[in-house]
Design a protein around this ligand. Structure first.
Ligand code: ZN
Length: 308
């Protein structure tokens, strides 16, 4: 894939909401949600890698889910990390993270095993018996919450729904659509959650996944189509309005713009390498005495010199 910036026929942001999530709440239903449509940011991230189509699609889906989950963080500098891991699948590791509007991600896979799976492999055939770990790192309090669930379901979105049900006891609906055109990849997603018995942060003593209020909201949200999530002519507010226009009140708020962000730097790698034993570092050096490392997220190469 080329590294050029793609051009879009539609508006870059604003009404169509490319790379800028929309937050919404339905106060009368104790529900909150996010809608996001990834455009240029997705191509920027994907263009760092020459992934085959099934991996591109998987990573696009993962980045969309990561954006939806990341924007739930109230902590402005908190980080959301999504990791999918397996011992026996064609995809060995998938990592995406979100911090303050910055998204990044990569997938490590076995090309020959992937090719055996055909053009549209299922989540199970990609990962086998895998696990999904979702980690919320809160910068303000230095707290870390991690939940790990089996990687089950037809999609990553479904596996994440199970994470919220099992690890957090929060009924959650996630839908993601991906248009996997190389160099012009688009993805759209919606997340809706029921905050049992009221306000965010309140302790949930009696969790009911079958709350009638939630049944209603999830049925409405679940009626969204792939085409609606992807259609650049359909603004994010229009989507929310279409789904919930019969509700007494819908509050919407524009979220922070999404960009590709990577935190790799010479200093970062020098710090990592300095923790290796000196003898190992010598083995890693090239003829010029430099250690060449490349960032898994953005494929940038760094030549690091470490003074003895
Ligand atoms: Zn990087």
């Amino acid at each position: 894939m080329s590294g050029t910036t793609p051009e879009y026929a539609g508006p870059a942001d604003g009404e169509t909401g490319f790379d800028r999530p929309l937050h919404f709440t339905l106060p009368g239903r104790n529900a909150r949600g996010r809608v996001v449509r990834l455009g240029p940011v997705l191509d920027t991230i994907l263009s760092s890698h020459a992934y085959p189509a099934p991996i591109r699609r998987l990573l696009a889906e993962a980045l969309t889910v990561t954006a939806l989950l990341g924007t739930l963080l109230k902590d402005g500098l908190g980080q959301l990390t999504m990791q999918a891991k397996t011992e026996d699948g064609a995809v060995e590791l998938l990592v995406c993270d979100y911090r303050a509007g910055e998204l990044r991600g990569y997938a490590r896979h076995d090309r020959s095993r992937l090719d055996e799976l055909g053009p549209t492999p299922s989540l199970f055939s990609l990962f086998g018996e895998g696990f999904l770990a979702i980690t919320f790192d809160l910068a303000s309090t230095n707290q870390r919450y991690q939940g790990i669930v089996p990687l089950e379901g037809a999609s990553l979105a479904e596996a994440c729904e199970r994470y919220f049900a099992q690890s957090e006891q929060v009924p959650t609906l996630i839908r993601v659509a991906v248009d996997n055109t190389p160099g012009d990849c688009l993805a759209g997603g919606i997340l809706v959650q029921h905050l049992a018995e009221g306000e965010e942060g309140r302790e949930r003593l009696h969790v009911r996944m079958d709350h009638p209020e939630w049944d209603h909201v999830s049925a409405l949200a679940g009626s969204i189509s792939h085409d609606e999530l992807l259609d650049p002519a359909l603004g994010l507010e229009t989507i929310v309005w279409r789904l919930f226009h019969e509700e007494r009140e819908i509050r919407v708020e524009t979220g922070a713009a999404l960009t590709r962000g990577c935190r790799c730097s010479v200093e970062h790698y020098r710090d990592v390498l300095s923790r290796f034993p000196a003898v190992d570092r010598v083995e890693m050096q090239n003829d010029e005495g430099l250690i060449v490392v490349d960032c898994a997220f953005c494929s940038r190469e760094f030549a690091i010199d470490i003074p003895d």
